[in-house]
Design a protein around this ligand. Sequence first.
Ligand SMILES: NC(=O)c1ccc[n+]([C@@H]2O[C@H](COP(=O)([O-])OP(=O)(O)OC[C@H]3O[C@@H](n4cnc5c(N)ncnc54)[C@H](O)[C@@H]3O)[C@@H](O)[C@H]2O)c1
Length: 350
Amino acid sequence: MADKIKVGIIGLGFMGSTHFRIYKHDNKAEIAAVADVNPAKIKGNWSSIVGNIGDSDNSVPVDMAGIRTYTDGMDLINDQGIDMVDVCVPTFLHKKYIIAALKAGKHVLCEKPIGRNLSDAKEITAEAEKSEKFFMTAMCIRFWPEYSHAYELYRSGKLGKLVSATFKRISPSVHGNSWEDWFMKSELSGGALLDLHLHDTDAVRYFFGRPDSVTAFGVKGFRTDRGIDHAVTRYDYGDGTLIMSEGGWESAKAAPFEMSFQIVCEKGTVRLSELGYKIIYEDGSIDEPKPAKPGMPTGWHVEIDYFLSCVLKGKKPDNYITLEEMRDSMAIIEAEEKSINENRTIVVEY
Ligand SMILES: NC(=O)c1ccc[n+]([C@@H]2O[C@H](COP(=O)([O-])OP(=O)(O)OC[C@H]3O[C@@H](n4cnc5c(N)ncnc54)[C@H](O)[C@@H]3O)[C@@H](O)[C@H]2O)c1
């Protein structure tokens, strides 16, 4: 392998354009090709791209000189000059491109969620298990500096026994932000439950392992057609801890995006809120670490750099997430959906 990974990105929407900008500043990567069904985007006109976080100026044309461009992702996958495919298309298309890219002998990074449902996740991870190339879903919250820091601290045992944990993610409405408004079509996106709340379900799985059962409540069909727009879930581990998460995208368009968490342990509380990231100890002392490394302000930067390093070093990317954990989070999400729909506690079937 050369000293730079030749990357091809499929899908240049909010996430594809975010990844594109990160690769541009990562010296482990060279963007060799991009594919999008929208011809304006592959020519560098990104003025139609909108996202719920980040502050990129999409009105400025992007220089695509030296980058091969395709309107069909399969042509990019079959491009012999590409080592790694980054799948950033809408969720319902993930399985098709991930499996084709793995079969074509490429390393694959894919935006979350891994697929539209648990059955997709099982098919994809089975293909990844067979492949000699690497595969990872970009569960960016596992890599987000404050979440990573809190994970290491909690896992070190320094804070003592867990008492409670709450993870929260509140987005303004994303209606009108995406390609053909696919977020609003629950068949394609899985609604806010799969698209947004999955981040926190997966954080719960990451920090605390597999819950036995879930009890969830939700708002349905306000923004998304028939889909779940807001979920509040309790994850039961059978040990008396209170572990909850909440996520929704039904707020008004102008409402600000919020993500936060609080983990209470016997010796201290770890909290990320609009007031910053703090560790508040039982003796009253407070630490305010700044865990982001220079040039790596977000989990998107860290996850991409980590996957590139794995490919360059030939080291399997399972430090942050394993194939089993990718399936687990989808199994938990499906249990949450069933719990909301049937108004009862659901035992998670892994
Ligand atoms: N990690 C995060 O924080 C985060 C945030 C937002 C979205 N996402 C995920 O990223 C993925 C993409 O979401 P988005 O917000 O970028 O959506 P988007 O609608 O902004 O972008 C999708 C892009 O894919 C293109 N496209 C559609 N069909 C295609 C096809 N068959 N071949 C090639 N290109 C095609 C569209 O033209 C568009 O440019 C989704 O799976 C979403 O869940 C992750």
